[in-house]
Design a protein around this ligand. Sequence first.
Ligand code: ADP
Ligand code: ADP
Length: 228
Amino acid sequence: PKHLELHGLTKVYDGSVRAVDDVDLSVREGEFVTLVGPSGCGKSTTLRMLAGFVEPTEGTVEMNFTDITQAPPDKRDVGMVFQSIALFPHMSVKENIAYGMRVADKSFTESEVDERVTEMLELIEMPGYEDRMPEQLSGGQSQRVGLARALALEPEMLLLDEPLSALDEKLREHMQTELTRIQRELGVTTVFVTHNQEEAMTMSDRIVVMNDGNFEQIGTPEAVYNQP
Ligand code: ADP
Ligand code: ADP
């Protein structure tokens, strides 16, 4: 897992919308940090700058003290999961999970692919699902396959953008537990985005409260939510 640092990170859209305004953060190896705050406060933009999909207007992103601000997404060693899972509908579960391995610079043998897919299906507790098609999966299962796809290349960093918000409440609770278990098991440094305080409380090592592009508060769940 990797250490992550943001210094003076800023994104101004269209010359005037300060979506993220000069934020600093240090995330230690294996830590689970959650960005929480109302819609439009800049959570997604922050995460997209970490992933390399949005170019910062100012500031830097460092992983293990190497500046990766200008690095393209596929050179960052990150796995990302979005709110809408968007599995490839015409590909089996196996091919969905293997997708990153198929397109990676490094080439993998078929037996390496098989082995990794089997491992990932065990991790998400769906052994034997290799040949299912996405339309045959429940919402929770699709979400877990999306997570397996993000983890298949063994990223050092996991970025999660509201991955549970499309699920109904019961399944969301179950997936909170699952995600926490998987994150602990792999020890992967994780940045999680949610507008759900309860989710932030139960899952995080630390919480960053965002408002209007700023990091207003950074602390443990207890420190952030149990103020005197
Ligand atoms: P959140 O994830 O907390 O809902 P976002 O990062 O999506 O917040 O958005 C932060 C602000 O930036 C909002 O005012 C939003 O309208 C604006 N914004 C987001 N993406 C773009 C974009 N591609 N172009 C212009 N403005 C954007
Ligand atoms: P789904 O089939 O809707 O995708 P999952 O596959 O995530 O749900 O559920 C895996 C297992 O966990 C199932 O046996 C399911 O009954 C159980 N389960 C689902 N939600 C909960 C929950 N909130 N608490 C306890 N067990 C749950």
